[in-house]
Write a protein that binds this ligand. Structure first.
Ligand code: PLP
Length: 388
């Protein structure tokens, strides 16, 4: 029976708070001379060859839908590309091209989560996982990672926070917001937990190409994990193609097929122009990605050493383009620190608590900014910390 409601919105939507990052940036938008180290996207443009391929496809009038799962030549190139991570997927049945990794995450949640299912979401982590679990009718179950473990997820973390109850576990390494990575040995513990408790893993590896000290390892390559893992990746971060909205998911045929069923009805196909850009990106842009990775790495080293000099403890983040320093001594509230810093020094950082309780007392700093801006921002932070 239909009940009279005071709001036309669904309960799920009403219960989902707006993104804490957005709220923070509205504050920053009004300021002149602001240096923002808050954004989660590369400061580079997509490699020219990829842009040229997009333009060429438009000039040729290639503006129709593609196959639901994405162009088959693109899926073949993706299958070839991910072999560098020892991942092996059949382009026909085990790969789907999506509108950003974001859509793939949403599809996977809807394909795997029944109402009331618990989904373990490590915290701090990227802000979309919890809401996509809720939109699918599930219950996010926060699992806290620890600064003393450099924010790697451990077997103890999972056990302590009751993740055995979960049917799905989200993993995100290299991590947004901490920049943490996980080694094969560390992932093996998580895989063991997943196998023991029959948990399906959604592994967001969108920052796989931005790893600075060792090679990326995917949990899907560990024994017994292929059949219980979907891997997400995409073009936004490695190829600086955020606005083209293209990503993909890799996984067992049954799950990718179910994701495709939802995608058929809700999206039809990922953007065609972006698919042409992606084909070129995979075919010829490894050099451009490597150049960006090297630039990020120089900035990463600079930023980590400056934060430690300033007295804001900063562990050595080895991936993505974020570092996650602690608030300086005397400051416990990351939100208050970030707001005061914006007002007094016009430097925008994101308070760690935006990414879950596990982020409290920390700040997310993106080094996807030019070296001059990074130097100036760190000088401003130093004079702020020295003066308080
Ligand atoms: N996953 C993580 C961990 C991210 O940090 C982001 C963007 O910030 C996304 C997914 C979204 O990726 P896409 O642009 O491919 O939707």
């Amino acid at each position: 029976m239909k009940e009279a409601a005071s709001s036309p919105l669904s309960q799920r939507v009403r219960e989902t708070p707006p993104s804490g990052i957005r709220r923070f940036f509205e504050l920053a938008e009004e300021m002149d001379d602001l240096i923002s180290l808050g954004v989660g996207e590369p400061d580079f443009s997509a490699p020219w060859a990829a842009r040229a391929a997009a333009i060429d496809s438009l000039e040729r009038g290639r503006t129709s839908y593609t196959a639901n799962r994405g162009r088959s030549d693109l899926r073949e190139l993706i299958a070839e590309h991910v072999r560098r991570y020892d991942l092996s997927y059949d382009p026909e049945e085990e790969i789907i091209v999506s509108t950003g990794a974001s859509e793939a995450v949403d599809l996977a949640m809807r394909a795997l989560v029944d109402p009331g299912d618990a989904v373990a979401v490590p915290q701090p982590s990227y802000i979309s996982y919890g809401p996509t679990v809720s939109f699918a009718g599930g219950e996010p179950l926060p699992v806290r990672t620890r600064a003393e473990n450099d924010f790697a997820l451990t077997y103890e973390d999972l056990e302590r926070d009751g993740a055995a109850e979960a049917s799905v576990l989200v993993l995100c390494y290299p991590n947004n917001p901490t920049g943490a990575v996980m080694t094969r040995e560390e992932l093996a513990e998580v895989a063991e937990f997943a196998r023991e408790h029959d948990i399906f893993v959604l592994s967001d590896e969108i920052y796989a190409a931005l790893r600075y000290e060792d090679d990326h390892v995917s949990i899907a390559t560990l024994p017994g994990m292929f059949d219980r893992t979907v891997v997400f990746n995409g073009f936004s971060k490695a190829y600086a193609m955020t606005g083209m909205r293209l990503g993909y998911a890799l996984g067992p045929a049954e799950v990718i097929g179910a994701m495709n069923r939802i995608h058929q009805y809700t999206m039809l196909s990922a953007p065609t122009t972006a698919q042409f850009a992606a084909i070129e990106a995979l075919g010829s842009c490894d050099g451009a990605v490597e150049e960006m990775r090297r630039a990020f790495n120089r900035r990463r080293q600079f930023v980590i050493s400056r934060f430690n000099e300033i007295g804001m403890d900063c562990f050595e983040a080895k991936g993505a383009f974020y570092v996650f320093p602690e608030c300086p001594p005397g400051w416990e509230d990351d939100e208050e620190f970030a707001e005061t810093l914006i007002h007094e020094e016009r430097v925008a950082l994101v308070p760690g608590r935006v990414f879950g309780d596990g982020g409290k007392g920390h700040l997310r700093v993106s080094y996807a900014a030019g070296m001059d801006d990074l130097k100036e921002a760190l000088n401003r932070i130093e004079s702020f910390v020295d003066g308080t």
